[in-house]
Ligand binder design. Structure first.
Ligand code: NAP
Length: 240
């Protein structure tokens, strides 16, 4: 049975994979959640990281995950909610309704139920509080209309950060990390990439490591809660 672990959701690729790997390298016990089994999950498992599958598609699946994780781990140092779904809002209303359910479940309901369900098991180090960290997006402050359902549900997660910071104090700190353009996806055309970089003060795609460094800073700082740390190269100031 694991103790004092850090749960990271959405570790099957990209930023989640990087966070799990880096936490492990830094000496934390890590549980890596994934939806789809990938080579990256295989690599994490081969490193000795415990991996756990779940699709946060509905309440029952999320609640099952909360029950299942307690059979492998009896206390948690931190919960890091990275799992996410990212796509433009459909023009078809019925499809948009489905997207709303999907984004709501993954960005808001899963973090809420997991945090609430595991809260009694979250333990800090010595006299310091434990941590919950939500990975949000700079869209929560300055929305992109084409991605309004994605952004709105991420904004709900941003609000949950502040609500739970109040609710779980002083035993648990609750903070957000809000990335900007850290890793492009295949849906970003060359033209869109150039526009995003032109709007980014530090003029580059940041990569996953700056997200990890923000997480590490929050984990190691005992006096920050209810805060949102932007990791966006300054794009929130100039994004149209
Ligand atoms: N990349 C950026 O530049 C950027 C910018 C702003 C914010 N962010 C935020 O940073 C975080 C990581 O970004 P990323 O680009 O690495 O994300 P990503 O490539 O979209 O990966 C998201 C992960 O979440 C998992 N996931 C999706 N739907 C799920 C579900 N229903 N149940 C459980 N897991 C599910 C995915 O699993 P599958 O493999 O099964 O799909 C995937 O492993 C996200 O929260 C994102 O919103 C990223």
């Amino acid at each position: 049975m694991l103790e004092n672990a850090i749960l990271v959701t959405g570790c099957g690729r990209r930023i989640g994979f990087h966070i799990a790997q880096r936490l492990f390298e830094d000496g934390y016990t890590v549980i890596a959640h994934y939806r789809t089994y990938t080579d990256d999950i295989r690599i994490l498992a081969e490193m000795g990281i415990t991996t756990l599958q779940a699709d946060f598609a509905n309440s029952a699946a999320i609640l099952n995950f909360v029950t299942e994780i307690q059979t492998v781990c009896k206390s948690f140092r931190a919960l890091i909610h990275n799992a996410s779904s990212f796509e433009a809002t459909s023009d078809d209303l019925a499809a948009a309704a489905d997207q709303f359910d999907q984004f709501f479940n993954i960005h808001m309901k899963a973090p809420y139920l997991i945090n609430q369900g595991l809260q009694p098991l979250l333990m800090g180090e010595k006299d310091d509080p434990a941590d919950i960290i939500h990975i949000t997006d700079i869209n929560v402050e300055n929305p992109t209309p084409r991605f309004d359902i994605y952004g709105t549900t991420k904004a709900g997660l941003h609000n949950l950060t502040m609500a739970l910071a109040k609710k779980f104090a002083p035993q648990i700190k609750v903070n957000s990390v809000a990335p900007g353009p850290v890793l492009f996806t295949e849906m970003h055309s060359e033209q869109v990439r150039q526009q995003m970089l032109a709007e980014t003060l530090l003029a580059k795609e940041g990569g996953a490591e700056p997200v990890y460094l923000a997480i590490k800073a929050l984990l190691t700082n005992p006096f920050i809660t209810g805060a949102s740390v932007p990791v966006d190269g300054g794009r929130r100031l100039s994004k149209r």
